[in-house]
Design a protein around this ligand. Sequence first.
Ligand code: FAD
Length: 342
Amino acid sequence: MAAEVQEGDVAIVGAGPVGLFAVFELGMLGIKAQLVDALDVVGGQCAALYPEKPIFDIPGLPEVMAADLVEQLKRQAEPFSPVYHLDQRVETLERQADGRWLLETSKGTRLLVRAVIIAGGVGAFGPNRPPIEGLEAFEASGAVRYMVTRREDFRDKRVVIAGGGDSALDWTLSLAELAAKVYVIHRRDKFRGAPESVARLKALAEDGRVVELVTPYQLGGLEGEDGGLDAVIARKLDGEERRLEADFLLPFFGLSMNLGPIAHWGLGLDQHHIKVAPATCATDAPGVYAIGDIATYEGKLKLILCGFSEAAMAAHAVRAFLHPDEELHWEYSTTRGVPGAA
Ligand code: FAD
């Protein structure tokens, strides 16, 4: 039996930093929102990919940990009591005869709303996984991970990092401070990262205490039983192998970006992004807006701060769409305060 339909004003697809801020901006205009996210936590890329990295370009916050930014955004949205539907992907978005939009999720949740804000980031993002036999068991046990959510997990452990880009470099430099050993497997001798990071990596490798470069090698296989990792096999193109005893493997081969179901919702797209009118973030479907990384227009910058601005513009456009005959008596937050906040 299909789940009961939950009615509301606005549904936000994606509870990343930009979707979270949209709750606040809508709330300030008297509009309540429900958020849906495929992940089981809010915060999007900040929460899933780099919670313990400091961000330096949020206005007014010279340095803020990604996880702390998410926490603050969640707090800022709280007075407006958003409803979160987490751990479920929005699969379909269909316009109804009365002009409202019906969203249905992978868990069968059905939302019927008057306007939709898509803040889906890079879509259903996931890591590029190495083609290694038996990988799933090691992923399930946590011995193979594609992101570092808690550095402490690696204290005094032997870690193999695979890859030659910024993530591989950054995490090598970071984990070298607490791990017992960090091997870096890369198929070339050259690394593609910030020159300063490459120089620091080389210095750590020369020092030889913790970091060891394993180049030019590729991931060859994993040894261990029932998901417990014993060793990572590194292999040269000519077949020569090295056995690296390890507790963890962290492959950093980039993200696969896939719009997922959003690509099939009939919206105008431009190279895997949703085309919007820059002044309103309106898509070409009435009542559907897109903000944050997923939205594109001429001059678009994929930055959190730009997403915040888009959230404000979309919220105002949504208000005008929902209440076309009501003039907005707009006030600064300093004048109005936050309705509902203590
Ligand atoms: P996201 O954070 O990607 O969130 C989108 C959410 O939508 C995700 O949680 C996803 O699960 C969900 N979603 C997608 N499709 C669906 C669906 N069909 N159903 C349900 N949910 C769905 N930016 C900066 O401004 N400064 C920085 O210093 C900075 N550093 C970065 C460092 C790293 C390592 C990375 C990877 C990114 C960095 N960024 C930085 C970029 C920044 O994280 C993004 O610009 C920001 O996360 C975009 O926010 P968003 O809310 O638009 O999308």
